[in-house]
Design a protein. Structure first.
Length: 135
C-alpha cells in the first residue's frame, strides 16, 4: 500500500475516480499493487514495463499509448530519481542515469505528449524530487 506522501499514486487514484483510464509505466513490478487498486475502481488500466531513462523505453511507452487510438486528456509525468549522498562520493554512472531519466527522459516524454493530448488536454510534470540532507 502506498504511503500518504506518495503523491503520484494519489493523483492517479483521483484521476481514476473521475473516470479517466490510466496508462502507468515502471521499469519493474513495483506498480502491480497500484494497478490492482486502480482497476478495482472500474477504469481501464494499461501497464507498461519500460526503462524511461532510455530512448527505447520512452519510445516503447509512447508506442503503447498510441496503440490505444485516442488522445490523452490528462498526461502526468512522474519519471525521476534522486541520488543521495555527497556528490564527491556517489558513482558517476548513477549520476548520469539520474540525468538521463530526470532531464532527457522527461523532455523526451513531454514532446510527444504535447502533440498527443487533445485540444483540451492537460500536461502535468508531477515528479517529487528527493534530496539527501548531506548533499
Amino acid at each position: 500500500m502506498p504511503l500518504a506522501s506518495d503523491l503520484p499514486y494519489w493523483l492517479a487514484k483521483e484521476l481514476a475516480g473521475r473516470g479517466y483510464d490510466l496508462v502507468v509505466c515502471s521499469a519493474g513490478e513495483r506498480l502491480d499493487g497500484a494497478v490492482t487498486d486502480f482497476q478495482s475502481i472500474g477504469i481501464e488500466v494499461t501497464q507498461v514495463s519500460a526503462d524511461l531513462a532510455t530512448r527505447e523505453g520512452v519510445d516503447l511507452l509512447w508506442k503503447k499509448v498510441m496503440e490505444l487510438g485516442r488522445p490523452a486528456d490528462v498526461v502526468c509525468i512522474n519519471a525521476g530519481i534522486g541520488v543521495g549522498g555527497l556528490f564527491s562520493e556517489t558513482q558517476l554512472e548513477t549520476e548520469l542515469r539520474m540525468v538521463e531519466l530526470n532531464c532527457v527522459g522527461v523532455v523526451h516524454l513531454a514532446k510527444p505528449q504535447l502533440e498527443g493530448v487533445g485540444d483540451e488536454g492537460r500536461l502535468l510534470d508531477g515528479k517529487e524530487q528527493s534530496r539527501d540532507a548531506d548533499s
